[in-house]
Ligand binder design. Structure first.
Ligand SMILES: C[S@@+](CC[C@H](N)C(=O)[O-])C[C@H]1O[C@@H](n2cnc3c(N)ncnc32)[C@H](O)[C@@H]1O
Length: 287
C-alpha cells in the first residue's frame, strides 16, 4: 500500500515470510509448473510474491494464498503471478554451438524432407524460436537451393512473455545478439529504440501457452526438432527424466533433441543416441 507522508511517498512494509509459509508457496509453484525454488532462492520468491501483492493492494500472504485456490478468480490471478515466479532471461543465438550443430551437421542430413517442424520449449519472449526460424530458413535454402518449408511452435507458461514473442518487437540493443548475416535478412528497424522480426519469419513461428507438466498430452507429434534449453534446470531430477522420455516419443526417427549443457546428467533412453559433439548436449531419435 502506498501512503503519502508529507512530500514523500512511502511503501508500507509487507510482512516477512517464515520458512513454513515459504514451503507452502514453493510447493504450489512446483505443483503447478514443475519449477523448484530451493530455500536458497527464498528472497526471489518472496520479492516476486510481495511485488504482486503491492500492485494489487494485498497485505497477507495467507489470504493471497487462499485466493489463488479459488476458481475462476484465483486461476486468473495465477496467470499473472506465474510470470513473476519464473525466470525469463533469454537471448538470440544464446548458445551458438547448438545452432551450428543444427545448421551444419543435422540439417544437411534431413533437408530432403518436404517440411520440418521444430518446437521451442519454454521459449520465453521468443528469441530462441526466432533464432531457430532464422537458422532453418537460411540453411534449408542454402542446402537444397529450394524454398524452405518449416514451422516453429514456441510454447511457454507465461502469457506476458508470449505476447512479446508474438509481437516480434525487441529493444535496439538486442540486435547485437544476432549475427550480421541474419540481421540484414530477418530484422527490420522500427524506430531508434526497437527493431522487428520480418513478417515472413514471424509467420513461421506460432506461439502458444502450454504448461510442460502437460507434455505427455502435447498436441504435437512426429517432430523433427525439439529445442529445450535453460528450462529443465529449474525442474526436479525425476521430472526432467520424465519430460525427456516424453520428448523422445514426440520426435520422429532421425529427429533431433537439443538441450542446454548441464540440463541433465547421465541421461540415456532406448530410442535416443547421444550426438557426438562435446560442445552441445543433443540426442538423435533412432531410425
Ligand atoms: C530461462 S527461460 C529460457 C528461455 C529460452 N529457452 C532460453 O534458453 O533462452 C525459462 C522459461 O521456461 C518457462 N517455463 C517454466 N516452467 C514452465 C512450464 N511448466 N511450462 C512451460 N514453460 C515453463 C518460463 O516461463 C521461462 O520463460
Amino acid at each position: 500500500m502506498v501512503i503519502a507522508a508529507g512530500n514523500w511517498l512511502t511503501l508500507t512494509p509487507l510482512p516477512g515470510m517464515d520458512d513454513s509459509e515459504f514451503e507452502r508457496w514453493a510447493t504450489l509453484l512446483e505443483r503447478r509448473t514443475g519449477v523448484v525454488v530451493p530455500l536458497s532462492r527464498k528472497t526471489f520468491l518472496v520479492t516476486s510474491v510481495r511485488g504482486r501483492m503491492r500492485e494489487t493492494g494485498r497485505s497477507s500472504f495467507a489470504e493471497y494464498f487462499s485466493e489463488l485456490q479459488k476458481i475462476p478468480e484465483g486461476a486468473i490471478e495465477w496467470t499473472t503471478l506465474v510470470d513473476r515466479l519464473t525466470v525469463h532471461e533469454t537471448h538470440f543465438f544464446r548458445h551458438p554451438p547448438s545452432f551450428d550443430l543444427i545448421a551444419k551437421d543435422w540439417l544437411p542430413r534431413v533437408t530432403s524432407q518436404t517440411g520440418l517442424h521444430a518446437w521451442s520449449v519454454g521459449c520465453s519472449s521468443g528469441e530462441e524460436a526466432y533464432t531457430l526460424a532464422m537458422v532453418l530458413d537460411r540453411h534449408i535454402a542454402a542446402t537444397t537451393g529450394a524454398k524452405a518449408y518449416f514451422g516453429v511452435t514456441a510454447t511457454d507458461v507465461s502469457l506476458p512473455a508470449l505476447a512479446v514473442g508474438r509481437a516480434g518487437l525487441y529493444p535496439r540493443q538486442k540486435i547485437e545478439e544476432i549475427p550480421p548475416q541474419y540481421r540484414e535478412r530477418y530484422c527490420e528497424p522500427v524506430d531508434g529504440d526497437s527493431f522487428r522480426i520480418s513478417e515472413a519469419l514471424r509467420k513461421r513461428v506460432g506461439f502458444a501457452q502450454f504448461n510442460l507438466l502437460d507434455a505427455a498430452r502435447a498436441p504435437l507429434k512426429r517432430l523433427d526438432l525439439i529445442f529445450c534449453q535453460n528450462v529443465l534446470i529449474y525442474f526436479a531430477r525425476d521430472r526432467r527424466r520424465e519430460l525427456l522420455a516424453t520428448f523422445a516419443n514426440l520426435l520422429k526417427p532421425g529427429g533431433l533433441l537439443v538441450l542446454g549443457s548441464g540440463e541433465v546428467t547421465k541421461f540415456a533412453h532406448a530410442s535416443l543416441h547421444r550426438v557426438d559433439n562435446r560442445n552441445v548436449l543433443a540426442f538423435l531419435r533412432n531410425s
